[in-house]
Design a protein. Structure first.
Length: 82
């Protein structure tokens, strides 16, 4: 479980400090209640899916851009240099 990823995506308006990646090293700075370890664990599969979608979107965008640049006549070497 990536606690920092969960907090970044699901608690973006909260302030916190995480030293390492364990719940015990999570210091909650916001006035809102600190999420429990179980709450974070319950969110993890959802966050993993969201991160996978974002990663795939970046890959798809790069492929699309490379295809468009190739259609304009750029070589693979020129595209890679960008």
């Amino acid at each position: 479980m990536d606690i920092a990823a969960i907090l970044t995506l699901r608690y973006s308006s909260s302030e916190w400090i995480l030293e390492g990646d364990t719940y015990e090293t999570l210091t909650w700075l916001s006035d809102t209640p600190k999420p429990s370890q179980k709450q974070l664990q319950d969110l993890w599969s959802e966050v993993q899916s969201e991160l996978a979608v974002k990663a795939q979107s970046k890959i798809d965008a790069k492929i699309s851009l490379a295809t468009k640049l190739a259609a304009l006549g750029l070589t693979e070497t020129e595209i890679a240099a960008l």
